[in-house]
Design a protein around this ligand. Sequence first.
Ligand code: NZQ
Ligand code: ZN
Length: 388
Amino acid sequence: MLGNFTYCNPTKLYFGKAAVENLRTELPGYGKNVLLVYGGGSIKKNGIYDQVVSILRECGKTIAEDAGVMPNPTVEKLHEGIARARACKADLILAVGGGSVCDYAKAVSVSVNCDEEPWDKYFIRFEEPTCPIVPVACVLTMVGTGSEMNGGSVITNHAQKLKIGHVFGEEVFPKFSILDPTYTFTLPRYQMISGFYDIMSHILEQYFSGTDDNTSDYLAEGLLRSLIHSAPAAAKDPTDYEARSNIMWTATWALNTLIAMGKDTDWEVHMLGQAVGAHTDATHGMTLAAVSMAYYRHILPYGLARFIRFAVNVWGVDPAGRTDGQIAEEGLRAMEKWMKELGLVMNLRELGVTEDMIDGLVKSTLVMKGGYKVLTEDEIRSIFKESL
Ligand code: NZQ
Ligand code: ZN
């Protein structure tokens, strides 16, 4: 049974080849000062920067730049962005990049007009914004996080060894996002496949929760099947527009709040992965891939019925002649095979984790309550050990 909910997603999307041209439609709706936020320079190499800047100029905008947003954006960089947004009196923050750039833009947007320390307010105390928010828009260049159509913002504090996400409300969602699948063609392979697993993890962490009959879970299965089908094709030929465009659209729907409606969600794999990210600065999707199999095998007995459904509906496992446990395990084996064939990182050592780091990882892991098993510290420790 679906629980009660209110659904509203205010982000307007422009999808497809040359979607960037739609900036001309949107930009007149905002003031003159645009803070252009981007990462380490990929958009200058692949020409996206030039396209965006020329449209901004044609639309008569005054452009201030905030470059160098790193993967897993830090609290120190956030302070820099707040200062830049204040200095240029930003009317719009235009994020051009992946989830890191988009998340960072949202964190800046809720902090510009706020005197409190943003890390404490939003990422430790999880308070909502109480000050005017600068609008954010996004030109997406990396697929995976769903940040283009959600209120998520993940910031890393290396000093405190914490990587924490705040899921803000509708007022912080990007006002509009530009999704051109061809913009993702220049992604390095490692980033591309990491993003594919981020998508899968988002869907799974909403799917592996609850025992009721729920439309959201059927939607999740459809998204999973599309991703499972398209990812190998994209890995084989990164310029396969059919595969890349389907994956881009799947990523958006995987984490734009739709498939969480009316149901519980888990998110423990993200908590484990974020702890790894806080200690190693590893690529987000790979941190999830490295801990997933140990986690899912650990919780399988507590959510057996859903794991059977996953095996049959998502991976096409034939239940005939198999026990319930065998069906469920066969589903996980199929998933593991798919992950290995894509070339995902399947263990923590490859991400720089060593045995002596495990106690620190355990301390950095937040425990969620919505999954099939609320983990104890010992269980978290043993999942990290198995993932080594
Ligand atoms: O910095 P540049 O030079 O642009 O290079 C980036 C970066 O090195 C590169 N890249 C992006 N687009 C490219 C490209 N290189 C060539 N061609 C392109 N078209 O890719 C690298 C990774 O980019 P990043 O933005 O860090 O990746 P991603 O989109 O995976 O974002 C990761 C961040 O998002 C957070 C993660 O925790 C992490 O901090 N998440 C945000 C979520 C949300 N808002 O809801 C949910 C997710 O679970 C996730 O936690
Ligand atoms: Zn993620």
